[in-house]
Design a protein around this ligand. Structure first.
Ligand code: FNR
Length: 381
């Protein structure tokens, strides 16, 4: 097997090993995918200043995200259907994150449940909440996250309605996949994936199936979810959820300075500058280009995080220099998981950490907490 040296290697391997509909689900954006591509490309435009003849011994990338110790300012982003990239995907990714010493965020739309993750990890993980019309269900989900001792609630605000992703429609995305001839033929070329899924086929959307009256199987789930995301979500709901949760609250999906100010007013502890990995409003700016204005407006009042297009330690360092006190990785984690399960997620984290450590040193710093905009070439950000 080729030596895995970067996230792109993991992506290529995941493409070989994961059935097409699930690989495409991860590796796609909405409509023209312009924002999806810009998330990655705009990091490239930001240039770093190399410094020399500075003592580089004793380096550390250790910091805190929302008061939680982190081996580097990186957390695992919440991603739906992660257990379809690899059997038990959410458990494996959570374990890798715990061993590495970074926060893990579980999606509402995960295959493994809140209780599954709590049973397989010790570190408090974070839970991501989608607001559905069924408010009783939301209350029960929040209570389950509390019972599992989750360290923060990540409330996603940018998916009241769903941006169209062409590939998912063309592939007829469903979990588990429908047994059409095309799907069966494609899955036969992915024997590792099939064996894993056969061993864990009892797993469904664990946060939902069996927890909502009338949603007892996949068929009833798809009908339920199609109608469930609440287009009427408002800042009043944020207030209600904050009260019900009572713990640390992170608002995800902020792109605009006005919304960042409203996030501060809501009393949230942190916000994530995010365009959902280019999967919602195509044509929106990349996250890294939206970040500086938001940091300038509210960075002194609330902890600002970001996600979107983070594929390397260089990206993490650039986001940190521009004021993000944490980044999240979605696809970089999913590629690792699809390629090699838990070992692949660990490899993704090692790659990003190693790149971050060395890049920081090239820029003349030994402690990430001392890094600021000064490492960036003026005029390139
Ligand atoms: C996501 N994202 C997401 N966000 C969220 O709040 N809840 C979710 O269930 C999902 N599901 C999901 C599935 C997949 C396959 C992807 C790629 C993304 C968005 C995710 O949390 C994050 O914002 C992006 O993934 C960040 O961009 P990168 O790192 O993937 O470029």
């Amino acid at each position: 097997m080729t030596v895995i040296t970067n996230i792109e290697d993991l992506r290529v391997l995941a493409q070989k090993r994961v059935p097409r509909m699930f690989y495409d689900y991860a590796d796609s954006g909405s409509w023209t995918e312009g924002t999806y591509r810009a998330n990655e490309a705009d990091f490239q435009g930001i240039k770093l200043r190399q410094r020399v003849a500075i003592n580089m011994e004793g380096r550390s990338t250790r910091t805190k995200m929302l008061g939680v110790d982190a081996a580097m300012p990186v957390a695992i982003a919440p991603t739906g259907l992660t257990g379809m990239q690899h059997a038990d995907g959410e458990i494996l990714a959570a374990r890798a994150a715990e061993k590495f010493g970074i926060p893990f965020t579980l999606s509402t739309m995960s295959i493994c449940s809140i209780e599954d993750i709590a049973a397989h990890t010790k570190a408090p993980f974070w839970f991501q909440l989608y607001v559905m019309r069924d408010r009783d269900f939301i209350e029960r989900l929040i209570d389950r996250a509390k019972a599992a001792n989750c360290g923060a609630l990540v409330l996603t605000l940018d998916l009241q309605i769903i941006g169209q992703r062409h590939k998912d429609l063309k592939n007829g995305l469903s979990a588990p996949p429908k047994l059409t001839l095309a799907n069966i033929l494609n899955m036969m070329t992915k024997p590792r994936w099939c064996l894993g899924m056969l061993a864990t086929r009892h797993r469904q959307f664990g946060n939902i199936v069996g927890h909502v009256k009338g949603v007892e199987n996949m068929g009833s789930l798809s009908e339920w979810t199609a109608k469930q995301f609440d287009p009427a979500l408002s800042w009043g709901d944020v207030e209600w959820i904050k009260k019900r949760w009572g713990g640390k609250l992170i608002l995800k999906g902020i792109q605009d300075v006005e919304d960042a100010r409203l996030a501060v007013d809501s009393g949230a502890d942190a916000l994530i500058v995010s365009n959902h990995g280019g999967r919602q409003l195509d044509g929106a700016p990349s996250s890294i280009s939206a970040l500086p204005a938001i940091v300038e407006a509210v960075g002194h009042q609330i902890e600002v995080h970001m996600d979107g297009g983070v594929r390397s330690g260089q990206d993490v360092l650039k986001a940190w220099a521009l004021g993000a006190r944490g980044t999240y990785i979605g696809r970089s984690m999913l590629y690792g998981l699809g390629a090699m399960g838990e070992a692949g997620v660990t490899r993704a984290l090692e790659i990003i950490h190693n790149e971050l450590d060395l890049t920081m040193a090239f820029c003349g710093h030994t402690d990430i907490n001392s890094v600021d905009k000064g490492i960036l070439l003026p005029g390139t950000y």
